[in-house]
Design a protein around this ligand. Sequence first.
Ligand code: TXA
Ligand code: MG
Length: 354
Amino acid sequence: MSDTGAKLRGRIEPPTLVAIREAANLLRAGDIVGMPTETVYGLAADALNPDAVKKIFAAKGRPADHPLIVHLPSADHLPRWAASIPKDAVALARAFWPGPLTLILKRTSDVPIEVTGGQDTVGLRVPSHPIALAMLQVFDSGIAAPSANRFGRISPTTAVHVQEELGDRVAMIVDGGPCEVGIESTILDFSRDVPEILRPGAITADDIAHVIGRRPRVRGEAAPALVADNAPASPAPRVSGALAAHYAPRTPLRLVEPALLVEEAVTLAGEGSRVAVLARVVCNPQDSRLIWQTMPTESAAYAQELYASLRAMDALSADFILIEALPLDADWRAVADRLGRASVGAGVRDDPPS
Ligand code: TXA
Ligand code: MG
């Protein structure tokens, strides 16, 4: 633990107070670090330091006009970042923070445009992961953090995933264990006339309606669950989670109705393809040519395992990943959204253009 000698970049550190302080110091010095949250791991930088924020975009290969979420130690920090805070936003922050809800609000002039992709709004959330909260409390300011994956790829839900994605592009990675929620936060836009969910997550439209007494608009709700691109009615903010091709494995991926899953897998295997299947309720046909994994039947448990399973399946270098299509119920919406986008972007073996 000596401070002499160069420490290896990209190393994973257990979440001790020493490591948390070191991470906060690295952030203060303008470096970037891997940070656990309850949703997915984040790629963290000092949100008030434009040069540090630029390092995030460089490390991810992400276009500079895609805004970042700023993580706060508590709702008490809101006034520094948000110029106007509607009372419904306050009520939601009280109800769901710390937790997987991001609020899009008008930004103050303190917020660098590098963070907001040039927009006049900022995404804010207080994460509930104890290590993220500890880092934020020690840092005592806003931490900008997108998911710690290369642009367009599968979000990381363990420290090792971050290392695989970013290697020594990050100074260090604080290990907070596997993420509990497993998919990214719900994004709720308060910057326009009606609150609108831009990205579904663990906190649903009904959860929000329960607190504010009205149902938010949900982008793309009228359309089928697995649409490619949801064109909003009015000019909408840019949300990289809204790109059709996102969260994508390199192996071609198809969503298949439960009734057709075995038949399609067996047919492809019969043609000589290596097929990996992510099933849910369909039983394993015990065909030795197939790589078969059964996912949890409940949506929250499924979400928690989703990205790690996709990553593991992708590592098999199969010719196809077949995924059992999900129920259409509201509690599957966030997972279905991620799988729909993964299937659109899948099969691109080189890094996507940024
Ligand atoms: O759960 C999460 O939200 C994770 C963890 C690390 O907190 N973060 C995350 O960040 O998913 P990222 O950058 O991968 O996705 C954030 C999304 C992007 O699609 C971005 O475009 C959108 O939030 N976003 C951020 N600020 C915005 C703004 N001002 N207006 C509209 N969308 C915004
Ligand atoms: Mg992301």
